[in-house]
Design a protein around this ligand. Structure first.
Ligand SMILES: [Cu+2]
Length: 399
C-alpha cells in the first residue's frame, strides 16, 4: 500500500513539475568571425553535432521547480570539460567544479541534475582551467522563470510585456591560439599573455555586428525587463537615458528588497542584475555600455545597445474589444467576458508603476471571475494574454 501511495505521489509530482533534459555538446574546434572579419578558434557548447559552438552558448531556460538534467557530451579531444552552474543552489556533485565533482573526458557524457531554484538570471560555464576555457567560449546564460507566467520577474514581483537578455564578455585574440587553448593537462603551469581584449561583446557581437542587429523594442509607459550578466574579466558600466526610468530590481538571482532607481549600473565579472525600463518618451536611442579594466578602472571599450520606444498597444495586440471587464470601477471582484474566438490564457493585474498584484493562468474561458478584494483604492492595469498577443485595460478601484 505504501509503495502504491508513493507511486501515486510520484506520478502526481511529475504532473506538477516538468522534467527537462538539455543536451550540450562540448567542442574545441569552434570558429568565430569577429567584427573586422578576423577568424579565431573557439571552444563552446552546441546542441547538435552539425552546429558550430557559438559564443555565447545556448541560453538555457527553465521554469521554477523543474527537474533539470543537463547531458553534457564531450566530443572534443584534449582537456576534459565540465558545466559549472554559477549562482544556482545545486549540490556539490552537480556543480561542475573539478576535484569537488567530476570532469567529463573525451567521448564521455556527464549528467548534471538539479531542481530549478528561485526565478532569476544565472550563468553556466566550464570550470576546467576556467580562465582559458571561459575565454575560449564555454559559457552561456541560464534563466529560471516563475512557474506558469513568463511575463513576471518572480511570483509577487513585477510584470513586464517584453524582455531581453544581455550576456557581456570580451575577446583577447592572443589567447585564441592553439599554443594557449590546447594547454597541457595536469598540474603544470600554463602561461598566457597579459589579458588585453580588443573585442567587447554583447551576446557575442560587437561594433558593426551589433549595429546591424534589429533594434530592441520598448513599449512606452510599460515595463521591459532586461537581464544583464557579465562573464568577461572586465567590469561593465551601463549608462541608461533618464527617459528610460531604469530601476534595478534583482541581483544575482534574488529580488532586491526595494527597486533601486539608477541611470548607471556597474556589473562585475560573474554578476547578474535584473533591470526594468519604463520609458515615457517615444523615439530611438541607445544604452551605452563601457568595459573597464579591473586593475586600472579605465574604459577600454564601448558598445551601444540600440532601442526604439513605441506606443503602448501599437504592436502585438489582439483586436479591440475582444473582451469586456465588469464592473469598472470595481470593488472586490471582476468578471471577464471573452468576445473573441481566441481563448485568454493568462490574466495579470499590476499597479500603474508595474508592481504585479494579481496573476492567474486561465483554464476555462466560459466564466472568468477574478477575486481581487485584496486590492486597495487606485488605478490598475489588467493584461489579458492570448495566443496572438496582449490586450490591456485600465481599471479603477472604487474609493
Ligand atoms: Cu572546458
Amino acid at each position: 500500500m505504501r509503495k502504491f501511495l508513493a507511486l501515486i505521489f510520484f506520478i502526481a509530482a511529475q504532473g506538477v513539475f516538468a522534467q527537462s533534459t538539455t543536451l550540450l555538446i562540448a567542442r574545441n574546434i569552434g570558429k568565430k568571425v569577429l567584427d573586422d572579419g578576423t577568424e579565431i578558434r573557439t571552444f563552446g557548447y552546441a546542441t547538435k553535432l552539425s552546429e558550430n559552438p557559438g559564443i555565447p552558448g545556448p541560453t538555457l531556460i527553465y521554469e521554477e521547480g523543474d527537474s533539470v538534467k543537463i547531458d553534457m557530451w564531450n566530443v572534443s579531444q584534449g582537456a576534459p570539460h565540465t558545466i559549472h552552474l554559477h549562482g544556482l543552489d545545486v549540490d556539490q556533485q552537480n556543480d561542475g567544479v573539478p576535484h569537488l565533482s567530476f570532469e567529463v573526458e573525451h567521448m564521455e557524457h556527464g549528467y548534471y541534475r538539479f531542481k530549478a531554484p528561485h526565478p532569476g538570471t544565472y550563468l553556466y560555464h566550464c570550470h576546467v582551467v576556467s580562465a582559458i576555457h571561459v575565454q575560449a567560449g564555454m559559457y552561456g546564460m541560464l534563466i529560471i522563470k516563475p512557474k506558469g507566467n513568463d511575463k513576471l520577474t518572480w511570483e509577487g514581483g513585477y510584470s513586464f510585456s517584453r524582455d531581453y537578455n544581455f550576456l557581456l564578455s570580451e575577446i583577447d585574440t592572443n589567447w585564441h591560439t592553439d599554443a594557449h587553448l590546447l594547454h597541457p593537462i595536469g598540474h603544470v603551469k600554463i602561461k598566457v599573455p597579459p589579458y588585453d581584449p580588443t573585442y567587447f561583446l554583447v551576446n557575442g557581437s560587437s561594433g558593426t555586428q551589433l549595429r546591424s542587429e534589429a533594434k530592441k523594442v520598448f513599449l512606452k509607459n510599460d515595463n521591459t525587463f532586461l537581464r544583464l550578466a557579465n562573464i568577461g574579466y572586465y567590469a561593465n558600466r551601463y549608462i541608461f537615458s533618464d527617459k528610460l526610468n531604469a530601476s534595478v530590481v534583482s541581483s544575482d538571482g534574488r529580488p532586491l528588497p526595494e527597486a533601486m532607481v539608477s541611470d548607471t549600473l556597474m556589473v562585475f565579472p560573474g554578476e547578474r542584475y535584473g533591470v526594468l525600463v519604463n520609458p515615457d518618451n517615444l523615439g530611438d536611442d541607445s544604452v551605452k555600455i563601457e568595459y573597464l579594466n579591473l586593475n586600472t578602472l579605465s574604459v577600454k571599450g564601448t558598445e551601444y545597445m540600440h532601442y526604439e520606444v513605441v506606443e503602448e498597444l501599437s504592436a502585438n495586440t489582439v483586436s479591440p474589444e475582444s473582451f469586456k471587464v465588469f464592473p469598472n470601477p470595481f470593488t472586490s471582484s471582476l468578471r471577464l467576458t471573452n468576445l473573441s474566438k481566441e481563448s485568454i490564457k493568462n490574466i495579470a493585474i499590476s499597479t500603474t508603476s508595474g508592481q504585479s498584484v494579481y496573476s492567474r493562468v486561465i483554464e476555462s474561458n466560459s466564466s472568468i471571475v477574478l477575486q481581487v478584494e485584496h486590492l486597495g483604492p487606485g488605478s490598475y492595469i489588467l493584461k489579458a494574454t492570448t495566443e496572438s498577443g496582449n490586450e490591456i485595460r485600465r481599471l479603477l478601484h472604487k474609493f
